[in-house]
Design a protein around this ligand. Sequence first.
Ligand SMILES: [Zn+2]
Length: 233
Amino acid sequence: MLADLTWPEAGHRAAAGAILAIAVGATEQHGPHLPLSTDTDIAVALCARLAAARSDVLVGPPIAYGASGEHAGFPGTLSIGQAALELLVVELCRSATDTVDRILLVNWHGGNVEPLCRARDVLRSESRDVRVYLPRFDGDPHAGRSETGLQLALTPERVRGELAAIGNTRPLVELLPQLRTAGVRAVSANGVLGDPSEATAAEGAALLEDLGATLLDRTRRWWPEPLPERTGE
Ligand SMILES: [Zn+2]
């Protein structure tokens, strides 16, 4: 964890070729049963898994606010919007490249994808080595079986299981036009897109395992792991 280090320690890790991983989440409604931090929690968990698998990964404090305009109207949703998120990521990564050469942004919120990719393109055009990991999985889009299972695997005590109720289960592609113009409120009264009722911690743990493995594999392709130092001789 970068935040636990002192500046000389951070400098030492950077000189050894550290990758800085930053979780990009959101503070937004996740139905009546999941905490507002759910997207951030999942992105943080993915960064932690990566750091556990690779000693050259340093995890920075997460970005806990995202572009969540589509969740407006549900109490607790705190959105900074697309333009602010893009600028935040550009300036944060410019600053970070004073320390590290490689930055990995691990996103878990669909509304962040466009501004994140724009920020990445700006940063890469400045010759900064910034990558964005956008997880893909088969599952319902929001506060449904997938995210409920993930949160059950991470912090079950924060899931209000008795309040988990089915939302709008139409495929996201069909909902997108209305979501873009009128937001989630127009298509789902409880804020859920999917059905959390069958979610289990075991299924969530398996999904987390899969997502973590894909992230590790992708990171290896971007930045191969350093060879272990030779000892003896
Ligand atoms: Zn979410």
